[in-house]
Ligand binder design. Structure first.
Ligand code: 5RP
Length: 223
């Protein structure tokens, strides 16, 4: 079985009629969006959704999920999203798909953030996956050097036709730290650099991690 799909479908079992739901981004959140649309039709759920990327917004809309903006919704009950790495304390690295800023805005305005992932995403120490940092275009070269001075190897993310630009019109710099022993400190150091919009460390935000396995089983870690 597809371990990502297994985790995502388990997460959808926590949703219910009448909820406002955050739609995550990536190949695991993809399966949650598919399942939400299926359940919505089967159970005649009246739900409202907000998306963490233009990609997920289009995906949800194409399946008939009603998509709203922050101006039209109250509290987000549950957001289901993926992660690039997660540790035992549910600290995360996110942003491999480039949607970290909208993901963090939606997540921090949600009562619950359920992270769905295949079991390979669970790590002892964060940092093997290069940490995505969203930076504004103006002066990005200097911001890049300041990131390097924190001890990482930074790379500006590229798309096929040139530099990758986020849904918010910013660059992403992927910072290879190797190991991040103190994620809280690294989060503060990065975000204190002028020119950085935010980084992909999610600390004290996720409330549940659902890991999927190829044998169809799941493991749930709650905080
Ligand atoms: C996008 C993200 C994704 O949730 C993360 O990259 C995991 O993606 P996938 O489920 O495809 O492995 O943070 O910005």
């Amino acid at each position: 079985m597809n371990a990502k799909q297994v985790a995502a479908e388990k997460a959808v079992s926590f949703l219910d009629d009448g909820m406002t739901i955050g739609l995550g981004t990536g190949s695991t959140a993809y399966w949650a969006i598919e399942k939400i649309a299926e359940e919505m039709k089967k159970r005649k759920w009246k739900i409202r959704a907000i998306a963490t990327s233009l990609r997920s917004e289009e995906h949800g809309r194409s399946l008939g999920i009603p998509i709203f903006s922050f101006a039209d919704i109250g509290t987000i009950d549950i957001t289901i999203d993926g992660a690039d790495e997660a540790d035992e304390q549910l600290r995360l690295i996110k942003g491999g798909g480039g949607a970290l800023l909208r993901e963090k805005i939606v997540a921090t305005n949600s009562n619950q953030l359920i992270i769905v992932a295949d079991d390979s995403k669970k790590v002892k120490t964060l940092g093997k996956f290069p940490l995505p940092v969203e930076v504004v275009l103006f002066g990005w070269e200097r911001t890049f050097e300041k990131l390097r001075s924190l001890g990482c190897k930074p790379t500006r993310r590229m798309a096929e036709s040139g530099p990758y630009v986020s849904d918010n019109g910013n660059y992403i710099v992927d910072c290879a730290f190797g190991q991040i022993e103190d994620p809280e400190a690294v989060h503060e150091e990065i975000n204190s650099i002028t020119g950085v919009v935010d980084n992909g460390l999610f600390i004290n935000i996720a409330t549940k991690l659902i890991l999927g396995f190829e044998n169809g089983e799941t493991r749930i870690i709650s905080r």
